[in-house]
Design a protein around this ligand. Structure first.
Ligand code: PMP
Length: 395
């Protein structure tokens, strides 16, 4: 049979991280590779209660088809949460999506013409790279420092690339670097977007998981022209398995998002939406999020102090104030892909940095996740990595 696939299918390669994750699922491996929340914190007992209540009180409706926009009480709860962090929205401008990943995909479908430029942080979230690539976007990477995307660089890139459609940013505890965009830069990003007439896609799954420092308003808070498309999720503050995310794109764009969401899957799982809404009604999710923060803070602190103790001194690492990840920059001579193979022989794993750069650079970087391993394993795993690193760096 001749190749029947559409031409665009060649744009998406199998995700390297997925392949890595398969290997690292072996129980003997201490894995800092995934981006998984700590499963022991999932509110299983509370969910049993919420689940039963939904089935008893609204069983039939919860199993029926429902509206594309999403379950109203859940959208109301989302609006309340967003209000607290400085985003004023009505439920009409909130669409429930199947994870925030779907919101990213819909954004690609809605806005990217072949050859459009997307400006992003360098590095950035791998699965967003793959989405935008599948719509044939070109990526222009903007350098980051410890305070997020560098605004002078951003302006330079906006000038050089007049066909930029949007800036894709993860301002809080970015994946993969764990870095946060500082306040003045958030305001500046909005000014630049207004000046150069581009959209901003603010992907913010981690903002609520701040365990140190002062909370910052989202970029959308400073939006004066309805240019910021805000995306978030229940995956990190509740459970990723229910696949509940949302998008708040502003009144100009919401109708198109709803139409395209309808063509994708009609609506997000109504049972999951009602269970989550019931949980939010019966329990205090802030208490739950506080537990997550306390555990991640302990794990992040342990990982940072072990990196300081066991890794060679000629490396750089990020110091996250929240989220799930630490980013490591090794001396340029070290290839983190090769390092990965050596570490795997010692039963410890991470994700090499290359796939996070849309144009495939910076072999000497890697991402560590701390949310998914208990403290003892973090200590042991970083020790093992440190031994390998000393050997590789001295070569
Ligand atoms: N955006 C970013 C930056 C992420 O790190 C993730 C998950 N790792 C997502 C979006 C997608 O999350 P979900 O689909 O579970 O909401």
């Amino acid at each position: 049979m001749k190749n029947k696939f559409a031409e665009r299918t060649h744009l998406v390669k199998p995700s390297e991280t997925r392949e890595i994750l398969k290997i690292t699922e072996r129980p003997e491996i201490i894995s800092f590779a995934g981006g998984l929340p700590a499963p022991e914190l999932f509110p299983v007992e509370a969910l049993k209660v919420a689940c039963n209540a939904v089935l008893n009180e609204e069983g039939e409706a919860s199993l029926q088809y429902s509206t594309t926009e999403g379950y109203i009480p859940l959208r109301e709860a989302i609006c309340q949460r967003m209000k607290v962090i400085g985003i004023n929205s009505t439920i009409e401008n909130v669409l429930i999506t199947s994870g925030s990943q779907q919101a990213i995909d819909l954004t690609g479908r809605l806005f990217i013409n072949e050859g459009d430029t997307i400006i992003c942080e360098s590095p950035t979230y791998l699965a967003a790279i793959n989405v935008f690539k599948s719509y044939n976007a070109k990526f222009v990477e903007v350098a980051m420092d410890d305070e997020g995307m560098v605004m002078e660089e951003l302006e330079k890139k906006l000038l050089e690339h007049p066909n930029t459609k949007f800036i894709y940013t993860i301002p809080d505890f970015q994946n993969p670097t764990g870095r946060t965009l500082k306040l003045e830069r958030r305001k500046r990003m909005i000014e630049l977007a207004n000046q150069y007439d581009v959209l901003i896609v603010e992907d913010n799954p981690y903002g609520a998981i701040r365990f140190a420092g002062e909370a910052l308003p989202p970029v959308k808070h400073f939006d004066t022209e309805s240019r910021v498309i805000y995306i978030s999720t229940f995956s990190k503050i509740f459970t990723p398995g229910l696949r509940l995310g949302w998008i708040c794109p502003g009144e100009r764009f919401i109708d198109k998002y709803v139409s395209f969401k309808q063509t994708a899957d009609l609506h997000t799982d109504s049972f999951a939406q009602r269970i989550t809404a019931k949980y939010l009604e019966l329990y205090n999710i802030e208490e739950h999020i506080n537990k997550i923060k306390a555990v991640y803070k302990e794990r992040c602190t342990a990982m940072l102090s072990c990196i300081n103790e066991f890794f060679p001194k000629n490396i750089n690492y990020s110091m996250p104030e929240g989220g799930l990840f630490i980013w490591i920059e090794l001396p340029e001579s070290v290839d983190s892909g090769k390092l990965f193979a050596r570490c795997l022989e010692n039963n410890v794993a991470f994700v090499p940095g290359v796939p996070f750069f849309p144009n495939g650079t910076k072999k000497s970087t890697l991402r560590l996740n701390y949310s998914n391993m208990p403290k003892e394993k973090i200590i042991e795993g970083i020790k093992r990595m440190g031994e390998v690193l000393y050997r590789e760096i001295e070569k």
